[in-house]
Design a protein. Structure first.
Length: 425
């Protein structure tokens, strides 16, 4: 096939983030739930890139190994020049859950990679990596304050993988035995040959990025390793897609993206949230104050809320189903996300006029999408950076053809759900 890049996302919302930046660069991209079969790819011809929305951010290292190795082998068999393991822009992970080090080691073995570039910050999302230290804005697509990651009001208190170290060299060294080197912010001004020497002398080469204009040069560096018959395996945030996309636009390998139509108003809007983020909590509070109906779910009995949910929607009110601050120990992402997906599917089956759906929460959304029977999604319009509006391809499911927005916990300003009703950027 003629694809330029394949990415494997560690959760669904992060995968749509990568989908967005490739699509914005003009790459025709399809995001699948699992490695696509040749038969599936025939249904989506002329793709420039493919993605897989994984669930590894919520897995143990052994579970990751069992999941990633066959997936990477399937991608290796396609002969695509670049394969990217896409992680959350705040590098959510630990040695025991969602280990980025495990993904580095597994990919290095499958793709026979002598070194692994790791791109740190993502300026478009308010993530900045300087001398190896990661800083993050409070919220994505907002004007929140910027914090060092280990002092971030949300990420330092993440319920599963709290950020206790902003130095990504140290953070990754806890998860892999490979030496973690650094192409720092000053090194980005060096000639390409000098940059390559630094990368090649590192088992894992962390790459700083502070400004968006630095991404094209990072893309040039990464693409310089894509020689005939070789696959470049890279780890990092969606800055990888931004970097390569910018480079390919500069070199003419990608042409201008299409004009994205404004999707317009869609009411009632259905929102299902398994997020514990204070950013999402503020968005839910705003929505309640602005006419949205709300149902706070008991995770043990989620499917029992169908009659109440249908009543609100039949009344024409946009509805938020959410789990509040349910402790993760009492409702793991697999249980919570699957239950939310089943409830959404029942609602969509009953309300065939439902047009637009939002799922909030990186870990839970991956399981919810699978419970909905989604095979793949494609971007139809950028709305908020990191969370595009997509079209669901879900054969034999009531959500087939529905507009769907996958929102990470940190994404969006306070009026996010109102903008999703209006369909405005």
């Amino acid at each position: 096939m003629s694809c330029l890049l394949a990415f494997y996302g560690d959760d669904f919302t992060g995968s749509t983030d990568a989908l967005e930046f490739l699509s914005r660069a003009g790459a025709k991209t399809m995001l699948f739930m699992d490695p696509p079969t040749p038969q599936q790819l025939q249904r989506y011809p002329d793709l420039d890139a493919i993605g897989i929305a994984g669930m590894t951010r919520a897995m143990t290292p052994d579970q990751m190994e069992a999941t990633l190795r066959p997936a990477f082998r399937a991608l290796a068999a396609l002969g695509i020049p670049h394969v990217h393991y896409k992680v959350c822009s705040t590098f959510d992970s630990s040695p025991t859950i969602g280990s980025i080090g495990k993904a580095i080691d597994t990919g290095a073995e499958v793709f026979h990679a002598p070194f692994i570039p790791v791109v740190g910050g993502a300026p478009a999302l308010g993530r900045y990596c300087v001398f190896g230290n990661l800083f993050a804005r409070m919220g994505i697509g907002s004007a929140g304050q910027i914090y060092r990651l280990d002092r971030h009001p949300s990420m330092s208190k993440h319920p599963v993988t709290p950020a206790d170290e902003s130095d990504l060299q140290l953070h990754l060294s806890r998860q892999t035995s490979r030496r973690v080197g650094l192409l720092n912010i000053i090194d980005l001004d060096l000639p390409l040959a000098a940059q390559r020497a630094i990368v090649e002398n590192s088992g894992v080469a962390l790459i700083d990025v502070l400004y968006e204009h630095q991404l094209e040069g990072i893309g040039r560096l990464l693409d310089s390793y894509a020689t005939q018959g070789e696959t470049v395996y890279t780890v990092g945030s969606s800055a990888v897609e931004m970097a390569l996309g910018n480079h390919w636009r500069t070199t003419g390998r990608l042409t201008a993206p299409p004009e994205w139509p404004t999707p317009g108003r869609a009411e009632p809007l259905l929102v299902a949230s398994g997020s514990c983020s204070p950013v999402t909590a503020g968005q839910i509070a705003w929505a309640k104050e602005n006419g949205f109906a709300e149902i706070a779910l008991d995770p043990a009995t989620i499917e029992s809320y169908l009659p109440r949910a249908l009543q609100h929607i039949y009344e024409g009110r946009s509805l938020i189903l959410h789990t509040g601050h349910t402790p993760v120990a009492s409702a793991p992402a697999a249980v919570l996300g699957t239950a939310l997906g089943k409830l959404i599917r029942q609602i969509a089956h009953e309300v065939r006029s439902l047009r637009r759906l939002v799922i909030a929460g990186g870990d839970t959304s991956s399981y919810a999408a699978r419970a909905l029977g989604i095979e793949a999604v494609e971007m139809i319009c950028p709305l908020v950076p990191g969370a595009p509006l997509c079209r669901a391809h879900a054969p034999d499911s009531p959500v087939d053809g529905m507009e769907i927005n996958l929102k990470g916990g940190q994404v969006g300003a306070e009026d996010y759900f109102g903008k999703l009703v209006e369909g405005i950027k």
